[in-house]
Write a protein that binds this ligand. Structure first.
Ligand code: SF4
Length: 104
C-alpha cells in the first residue's frame, strides 16, 4: 500500500479528536505524549510529513522532536522520507507475503 495522500491521512489520525496541545508539550513530556501514536494507522504518513517538512515542534509519527532531529542528522542523504518510508512499507509487505507463501 502506498502512503496516503497529504489530505486523507489526517482524517484517520488517532489524535484527531484529542486536545492538539497534548502533542505539543515540551521536553520529557513528549515521551508520554507519543504513546497516543502507538496504534495510529497513519503513523508513517505523519512521520514522513514531519521529516520532509522539517517540522521542529511537537510529537509526530510517534517521535519526539529530539528523536526526529537525531534521525535527520543520521540520514542527511534522504531527499524524501515519504518515498523512503513508502518503499520500506512495500518491501515489508512483500516479505510478509513471501512468508505467508512459505508457511502456507
Ligand atoms: S502518529 Fe501520532 S501525531 Fe501522528 S497522526 Fe497519529 S496519533 Fe497523531
Amino acid at each position: 500500500m502506498h502512503l496516503e495522500t497529504k489530505v486523507d491521512w489526517r482524517v484517520r489520525a488517532t489524535c484527531r479528536d484529542e486536545d492538539p496541545d497534548g502533542l505539543f508539550v515540551r521536553g520529557a513530556e513528549q515521551r508520554k505524549a507519543k504513546l497516543v501514536c502507538i496504534a495510529c494507522p497513519v503513523r508513517t504518513e505523519c512521520l514522513a510529513e514531519a521529516l520532509d517538512n522539517r517540522i521542529e515542534f511537537g510529537v509526530w509519527g510517534g517521535m519526539t522532536e529530539r528523536e526526529r532531529r537525531a534521525l535527520l542528522r543520521r540520514r542527511p542523504d534522504v531527499l524524501s522520507w515519504r518515498d523512503l518510508l513508502d518503499n520500506a512499507r512495500r518491501s515489508h509487505s512483500f516479505d510478509d507475503e513471501e512468508e505467508d507463501v512459505r508457511v502456507g
